[in-house]
Write a protein that binds this ligand. Sequence first.
Ligand SMILES: NC(=O)c1ccc[n+]([C@@H]2O[C@H](COP(=O)([O-])OP(=O)(O)OC[C@H]3O[C@@H](n4cnc5c(N)ncnc54)[C@H](O)[C@@H]3O)[C@@H](O)[C@H]2O)c1
Length: 208
Amino acid sequence: MKGFKIPEATISRLSVYSRYLENLYRKGITTVSSADIAQGVGVTSAQVRKDLAYFGEFGTRGVGYNVKELLDHTLKILGLNNTWNMVVVGAGNLGSALCAYRGFRERGFYIVGVFDNDLTKIGKKINEYEVLPIDKLEEVVRENNVEIGIIAVPAAYAQDVATRLVKAGVKGILNFAPTVLNVPDKVIVRSVDLTVNLEVLTFNIRRD
Ligand SMILES: NC(=O)c1ccc[n+]([C@@H]2O[C@H](COP(=O)([O-])OP(=O)(O)OC[C@H]3O[C@@H](n4cnc5c(N)ncnc54)[C@H](O)[C@@H]3O)[C@@H](O)[C@H]2O)c1
């Protein structure tokens, strides 16, 4: 798998396939064809086969894929065969919504700390999480082996928070602030900019 570049779109689809397979597994379905997966997630079966081919040989011609085996493979490829500890910085509207989202835990992502620098928020509870002072960030990251930091502060403060997260030892940052972050190459940043997504949507609506 190392040595050549796997398209990001393939990785995103792998995550979608994996969730689909998880559903089949829960329903007790044991085999599935690429056509079934394709129909279930809304892509072509050629695309499914091409995506999976990046990661080796799966399935048996004429029989299809063993659901459990393919699910385990996709989870392993996505790094989801173990759980991940995360911290959320910014306990505002978005940070609170992220803390309330159950879906993270179902996929093995555990929030172990929520931080803010607003004294009126520190000590308050968001679901089961008590908002912690930002000064505790490094300690919580270290003690809980946190590898992922989520930035949910206004753009003007995002770089400071990113620098602190990196110094504390996180390996990846999910950044919701609409700004570009400067981090060392070894740290992976994924930015979620909802406005950019909306604008891609409006571009495509107009173009069609
Ligand atoms: N709310 C949304 O739907 C939404 C959607 C997409 C992106 N975003 C982005 O997410 C970020 C947060 O948005 P929001 O609506 O939750 O804002 P918000 O103002 O409700 O919350 C931001 C929180 O960050 C805290 N904060 C500020 N500086 C900090 C620092 N240095 N350390 C720790 N905490 C700090 C504030 O006290 C506040 O509680 C923004 O960058 C915003 O552009 C928000």
